[in-house]
Write a protein of this length. Structure first.
Lengths: 210, 210
DNA sequence: GTCTATACTCTGATAGAC
DNA sequence: GTCTATCAGAGTATAGAC
């Protein structure tokens, strides 16, 4: 559910999109049933095909909406004039808050991206790609500056960004396996993640500026 | 494809299992077709139901085999008497080598684990759970020892293990999104990952022993 | 725009011969 | 154990009334 929760009652098309979002994210595209989406939206199944020609089209529409709500905000923050430390704090904090509320979202994005490569093409428009490049350039400047001040070798900006993303996002992706491996109940896992939100930024900063 | 490639020609049941492995991993359980698995195995579709009662049972068998090939080796290595640095090196190296060869494997595990929670129950037997606990304890000892020598606060062993896993595994999980975000062609992504395999261990060690 | 009814396809599963 | 043939159910999509 990555719907912009506006004030006015949503029209049918939006209600279908909201419903499809929820069902697709929960069951996966292949596992989702048009009937279940119709039920969730409180409309007839045929109406889904009226507004969105096919299941694949509906899936594309949902995917596009998720991408639009996910990517630009983070790109903007990471390209801003915030300090490196603040960026790390905000990145970790933003994703922890967000993904805690939507635990199915990331596994959904991962699995559909792996299985339906065409969906990924819509993730980055040329402008967004340009913004991503700019973000990395900005990050590189900051990392180099810090490294120079500390007289240590700088790490690659791309590598650092993926390390940041990976260490932050992986628990949301692999939650069931982690719970099993570490023997964490639901409550304990939540405690683990809360602690992680507080401690991970310090760990990453330390690697960057020893 | 996590088949133990033995010498003798595999019997039919194993051939089916190998085929199912490949198809399930590529298409997901819901997206996989019994017919395609049968074709891949070079046998009749009915034979699948003779050896494995249903599609769900076949999926469980495949899942179990993947888990058995994935988990114990890493647990054993991480619980060994290798130094902390060597463990980081080996963890990163082992997964990079392995997942480069089987790029679909991890997204498959992630998505099926999220969608079919019962599958995860089979991942860790009581003995394996015990081994995992022992591994974490051993890791904690080593981290504490290093921290004490350097007069810094130790990080949580659980947190470190997940950070190690996340920063190492995430690129294999989110490859399509990363390629899009950083504008990497297939060749460039491979270069990126090769560089990562070399540089990530140093980054992690630095955070642990600044 | 929204519904009812239905066509048609796909696919998991079984029966039964060899 | 392996195959051929077939069924039953599920699920996407469409036709057509309102």
């Amino acid at each position: 559910m990555v719907k912009p929760s506006g004030q006015t009652a949503p029209d049918t098309k939006t209600r279908i999109l909201d419903a499809a979002d929820e069902i697709f994210v929960r069951r996966g595209i292949d596992g989702a049933r048009m009937q279940e989406i119709a039920d969730q939206a409180g409309v007839n199944k045929a109406l889904l095909h009226y507004h969105f020609r096919s299941k694949a089209d509906l899936a594309r529409a949902v995917w596009h909406r998720i991408a639009s709500s996910f990517v630009p905000g983070i790109l903007h923050m990471m390209a801003s004039d915030l300090s490196l430390d603040e960026k790390i704090d905000q990145f970790v904090d933003a994703y922890h808050r967000r993904l805690t509320r939507h635990p199915y979202l990331l596994p959904y994005v991962i699995s559909e991206a792996a299985r339906h490569p065409d969906l990924v093409d819509n993730l980055y428009s040329p402008e967004r790609r340009q913004a991503a490049r700019h973000m990395i350039d900005k990050l590189r400047e900051q990392i180099d500056a810090v490294a120079k001040a500390r007289r240590i070798a700088p790490v690659s900006a791309e590598q650092f960004f993926i390390t940041l993303a990976g260490s932050c996002l992986y628990p949301f992706v692999a939650r069931p396996m982690i719970s099993e491996a570490l023997g964490l109940s639901t409550t304990k896992f939540e405690g683990f993640m809360e602690r992680r939100r507080r401690e991970l930024p310090a760990f990453l900063k330390r690697a960057l500026q020893p």
